[in-house]
Design a protein around this ligand. Sequence first.
Ligand SMILES: [Zn+2]
Length: 150
Amino acid sequence: MNIETKTHTALHIVKGAIVKVLGPEAKWSTSASIDGAHGRIAVEYPRKPTDQQLEEIQQKVNQKITEDAEIETYTMTRKEAEERWGDWIYDKFPLPESIQTVTIFHLPDWNVNACIKKHTRTTGEVGKIHITKTRYRNSKQVLEVSYDIE
Ligand SMILES: [Zn+2]
């Protein structure tokens, strides 16, 4: 399997863990990038997380990988998706109005996102995710989380 498919799927797993630990205040992703086995996601958050919270994010990531949970994808109208999940399907900058059919990544009780990229079938297929660095940017109120997959 393509390494970037795993690294990309890991973005959704890490994002879900961030929101589980920090709550809905951390729901808006401002950026995400991958390069080979490295990934980085940034979310809005109004304060610096504690070391304990950051540790807990790594634990939740591990737990979701171990669960080997099945990833669901749906294609549906934007209206249907919004009725089911509200603005949780979006990142910081919503899709253009012209897009009326969306592909939804859904990891039940973890992460939902309008995303057209390729994903693994289960969380276990990603392998291990190591959070290598976290950085809180006070001026932007943004938390950046970098990871490697193995
Ligand atoms: Zn995706």
